[in-house]
Design a protein around this ligand. Structure first.
Ligand code: NAD
Length: 260
């Protein structure tokens, strides 16, 4: 039980990577807040966790709305007596070449990935600092926090930006025992990626199989997708680490696609 009685606020956790992190953190004894745009799916995920004996609630939140984020974090802190871990994970993907990217889609991407990270961090830090028991802020970056790919200008820009935010929060949070780190996964088969495969095939004029083999997994050491479990294990490492020794870092989990 590495997270016994810790309260974890996890955005975008009604699906994919966030959901797996919620399941693993619950097994490790954490009280879980499933914070997602999709309230029905958030409630269903919370019910799944409760059925396994965990304490969990679903809260509706659009991470781009300051009012909604503040209200969701307040609700969570009230329900479970504070916030110890933030996993800022909610995200979407929109792919186009730069010259065809609408400004509206660019702003939407930065709002979800960067404004969402900022707003949830700001709201959770207030609780972590006031509680005086430290905390862990974890951002869901990507290999695209370190590397670029065709068609993903705002995603790559936002994911790089999260590293800057994490480093700053690491410096500011240190005196409160609050750490901040970034997880940088390779491709993981979630709804977010399943949607991209046919889109990229169309844009690049290749088959879906070729997108997987020659685009997504081309640079990996073994042609394998990263799994939600792989990513959740790294999240647990960052969440449970006991000191400021591990802060301001970004860890790539990508089957060797990107090596530092
Ligand atoms: P997913 O589509 O399975 O889940 C994303 C969740 O975020 C959904 O439940 C959705 O409802 C929620 N969400 C979307 N917009 C939101 C908003 N404005 N407010 C609150 N919730 C919102 O996707 P996933 O693959 O699990 O992605 C999770 C994170 O992991 C994203 O930040 C993504 O960029 C990152 N990531 C994914 C991969 C991958 O290959 N799947 C790789 C690297 C990084």
């Amino acid at each position: 039980m590495q997270l016994k009685d810790k309260v974890a606020f996890i955005t975008g956790s009604a699906s994919g990577i966030g959901k797996e992190i919620a399941l693993l953190f619950a097994q490790e004894g954490a009280k879980i807040v499933i914070a997602d745009l999709n309230k029905a799916a958030a409630d269903a995920t919370a019910a799944e966790l409760q059925a396994q004996g965990a304490q969990a609630i679903g809260v509706a939140v659009d991470v781009t709305s300051e009012d909604q984020v503040d209200a969701a974090v307040e609700e969570a802190a009230k329900a479970f007596g504070g916030i110890d871990i933030l996993v800022s994970n909610a995200g979407i993907q929109i792919v186009h070449p730069v010259e065809e990217f609408s400004f509206a889609d660019w702003k939407k991407m930065l709002a979800i990935h960067l404004d969402g990270a900022f707003l949830t961090t700001k709201a959770c830090l207030k609780h972590m600092y006031a509680q005086g028991r430290g905390g862990s802020v974890i951002y869901m970056g990507s290999v695209h926090s370190k590397e670029a790919s065709l068609l993903k200008a705002p995603y790559v820009t936002a994911k790089h930006g999260l590293i800057g935010l994490a480093k700053t929060v690491a410096k500011e949070g240190a005196k409160h025992g609050v750490r901040a780190n970034v997880i940088c996964p390779g491709f993981v088969r979630t709804p977010l990626v399943d949607k991209q495969i046919p889109e990229q095939a169309k844009t690049l004029g290749i088959t879906e199989e070729e997108v997987i083999r020659n685009v997504m997994l081309k640079e990996t050491v073994d042609g394998e997708f990263t799994t939600v479990d792989d990513v959740a294990r790294v999240a647990l490492l960052f969440a449970a680490f006991p000191t400021n020794a591990l802060t301001g870092q970004s860890l790539v989990v990508s089957h060797g696609w990107f090596m530092q």
